[in-house]
Design a protein around this ligand. Structure first.
Ligand code: 1GP
Length: 235
């Protein structure tokens, strides 16, 4: 799958290979009308559990991409691969270090037209991803907007990801960030549980990610698809 296709997405479900999920739930997610599935997580991600989940989600033509958090767990066969780069960390491992090691080892086999970089700004200090990557989460709005400008103008990244994983984010931050991005697509993820939240973030973010709700309340999670897709982007 080409990255241009992913740039047209509005709604996506994120599934964690390290969390059990019933077959019936997977089938319902695949039939929900979402634009795609992202497979990825922070801890306990292995080749085996990622392969197992990929096999289960690749039953239909719905695009399914792997978000790589561990080079040893990369599974050929996904439609695309997202590579996160954590912009708000002082630990260079998560900015460039792990990426350099991966290129050194696997660079010649990487299908580049299926790969997209996501510039992450991690904003929930309690999230596992924030703790693992040493994300500097005490940021002002201007700090966040500066990262957005780096993503768009310096690095020219296809995606900028405001990651509130586990908590509902600040809609004013998402709105202001959206207004600073023209070519780079804004991804929002974090704490979406209710209609009002899904619709609010969908006004500003190009792509809305729903993760935890799948496991907590599948009925509600399925409804987020229409809430997001019915909402018009405001720019
Ligand atoms: C997690 O951004 C996603 O990486 C979605 O967040 O799990 O809180 O929905 P939630």
């Amino acid at each position: 799958m080409l990255i241009e296709q992913m740039q047209t997405w509005r709604h996506v479900f994120k599934l964690d290979p390290n969390r059990p999920i019933e077959e019936e739930m997977i089938v319902r997610l695949l039939q929900s009308g979402t634009d795609g599935i992202i497979v990825g997580g922070t801890d306990g991600i292995t080749y085996q559990n990622t392969y197992e989940l990929m096999r289960r989600v690749k039953q239909t033509s719905l695009p399914c991409v792997q978000e790589i958090s561990n080079a040893k767990a990369v599974v050929p066969g996904f439609d695309g691969f997202c590579i996160p780069v954590v912009l708000n960390t002082n630990d260079t491992e998560w900015l460039i270090g792990a990426h350099q090691k991966t290129m050194k080892e696997f660079g010649e086999w990487i299908p580049w037209n299926q790969v997209a970089v996501e510039g992450y700004v991690v904003l929930n200090p309690e999230a596992k991803v924030a703790q693992l990557t040493g994300a500097q989460t005490s940021l002002t709005h201007d700090d966040i907007l500066a990262y957005a400008q780096i993503a768009e103008h310096l690095f020219r990244l296809p995606f900028f990801y405001l990651e509130y994983s586990g908590v509902y984010g600040d809609a004013l931050v998402v709105q202001a960030t959206a207004n600073h991005l023209r070519h780079t697509k804004l991804i929002y993820g974090g704490g979406i549980r209710f209609e009002k939240q899904a619709r609010e973030m969908a006004q500003f973010a190009d792509i809305v990610v729903v993760g935890n709700l799948i496991y907590d309340d599948i009925e509600m999670a399925l409804q987020t698809v229409s809430w997001v897709k019915e909402t018009k982007l405001i720019r």
